[in-house]
Design a protein around this ligand. Structure first.
Ligand code: ATP
Ligand code: MG
Length: 424
């Protein structure tokens, strides 16, 4: 009886243990499946939890681990996307280099700035992608000395461009280099402006120096005896008066230019009749035109529309243009002013049959201080600022100014003023 009872007991125990074993074996299989999925990068698999399950704690922990990693990964992806969006939207060119000198990130602006054609830059050594020696040397220097470096870099090809380069090593708490961030700021405009400013100062100084030297020389000559020779003295004083006038013209033109360039200058826009502006300019120049026996014709239709202008400044425009036509035309010349509507513009031409400007110089006429004949302008008192002022004023009206000329035949300046100009 007893052995039978024992064998039944063992049989039941065996069956129960087998069931338990099968259960645990399945649970372990499930744990392995979830862990294998995690190892393969899939963190979405979860284990089924069961209260009666002794492996429930482990299953719960595996699920929590998987969920935690999935969350961290998502956060990291978001951070990476955010960083990439920031870098992509930056006008500055940015590159990130690993401590092994490999490229981790290149911003789109960088690719554009340096015309990097290769799309296969990731994990390449930076010198394999960047062809500029000065840039590579700076990166190397900042990397080996673990220090911030700022440098201006000039690039000639494909076009002259200037960059300010900032290399910043990223260093951890134990002073180890983790990566290097390089930012390129395009300073071409600034350099151009700086160059213009230097040229401008040099030009102004030169323009001031010539009449000043002349005046000083004649003062010395008069002092050292020439004053007693009346005829000479008068001639010298005439020259001094002319040079003083030159100085005054220059200072006046500079003041006009600087007031036009200063941001807070107010234009006094009103709807006005351009013809009356032209009439008053002709009146100002009448005497000189008669003295030089020029003929002047004004050809404007009676129904010319009104335009939005700063009348006083527009007077300056036509005074400068007419002044040029008068002084750069030989005695007895023909000057013609014409007005017309052309498309969305009111067009006014000031033409002459004077000296003309050679085609290679034509593009320079609006440059400050440019004159075709500097020696001649010593006599005429011209500073070469008149047309710069014209261009400035016309552009402040949202208009444009054009020039056509044939050397020895004549010149025509055309001013275009928008017919519908919204006053800002
Ligand atoms: N109508 C024209 N015919 C021939 N050359 C001209 C004419 N207008 C301008 N130029 C040339 O362009 C140059 C620049 O003109 P701009 O009016 O700026 O200076 P300027 O007349 O010499 O001096 P400013 O106007 O300051 O008295 C002149 O020196 C001249 O060489
Ligand atoms: Mg002039």
């Amino acid at each position: 009886m007893f052995p039978y009872f024992l064998s039944s007991f063992f049989f039941v125990a065996f069956v129960l243990l087998s069931i338990k074993y099968l259960h645990y074996s399945n649970r372990f299989k499930e744990i392995r499946r979830v862990i294998n999925a995690m190892a393969a990068g899939d963190f979405s698999s979860r284990m089924v939890l069961s209260h009666s399950d002794k492996l429930g704690d482990i299953a719960r922990q595996v699920n929590e681990l998987s969920l935690g990693i999935q969350k961290r990964l998502l956060e990291m992806t978001h951070e990476k996307e955010k960083l990439e969006a920031i870098l992509s939207s930056m006008a500055e060119g940015v590159l990130v280099i690993s401590m092994e000198s490999r490229l981790l990130h290149l911003s789109p602006s960088f690719l554009e700035m340096f015309e990097v054609r290769s799309h296969d830059w990731f994990n390449k050594y930076y010198w394999e992608i960047i062809a500029n020696q000065a840039i590579n040397e700076s990166i190397h220097e900042a990397m080996s000395h673990k220090r911030v470096l700022r440098k201006d870099i000039a690039i000639v090809h494909p076009k002259e461009t200037f960059f300010n380069m900032l290399v910043s090593p990223v260093i951890n708490s134990t002073n180890e280099l983790i990566s290097l961030v390089v930012v390129f700021h395009d300073i071409t405009e600034f350099k151009k402006y700086e160059r213009l400013r230097t040229e401008f100062v040099a030009n102004v100084s030169h323009e001031l120096k010539t009449p000043l030297t002349s005046i000083k020389g004649f003062v010395e000559t008069l002092r050292s005896g020439a004053m007693d020779d009346k005829a000479h003295a008068i001639r010298f004083l005439d020259i001094m008066a002319k040079q003083t006038q030159r100085l005054e013209n220059l200072v006046n033109d500079l003041l006009i230019l600087s007031s036009l360039e200063s941001k807070d200058v107010k234009m006094n826009f009103v709807k006005a009749d351009i013809v009356s502006v032209i009439h008053s300019v002709i009146l100002m120049k009448k005497k000189q035109i008669e003295e030089l026996h020029h003929s002047l014709t004004l050809d404007v239709p009676s129904n010319l529309p009104l335009v939005t202008i700063d009348a006083q400044r527009m007077e300056q425009v036509f005074l400068n243009l007419l002044d040029n036509a008068v002084k750069f035309t030989a005695v007895g010349g023909k000057i013609q002013i014409r007005g017309m509507v052309e498309g969305k513009y009111l067009r006014i031409d000031v033409g002459d049959n004077g000296l003309g400007i050679s085609s290679e110089h034509l593009s320079r006429v609006f440059e400050r201080f440019w004159r075709a004949d500097k020696a001649r302008s010593q006599e005429t008192g011209g500073t070469g600022l008149g047309l710069s002022i014209v261009k400035h004023i016309v552009e402040a009206h949202n208009g444009k100014v054009r020039v056509e000329s044939v050397l020895g035949r004549g010149t025509r300046f055309s001013v275009f003023l928008p017919l519908e100009y919204d006053i800002i």
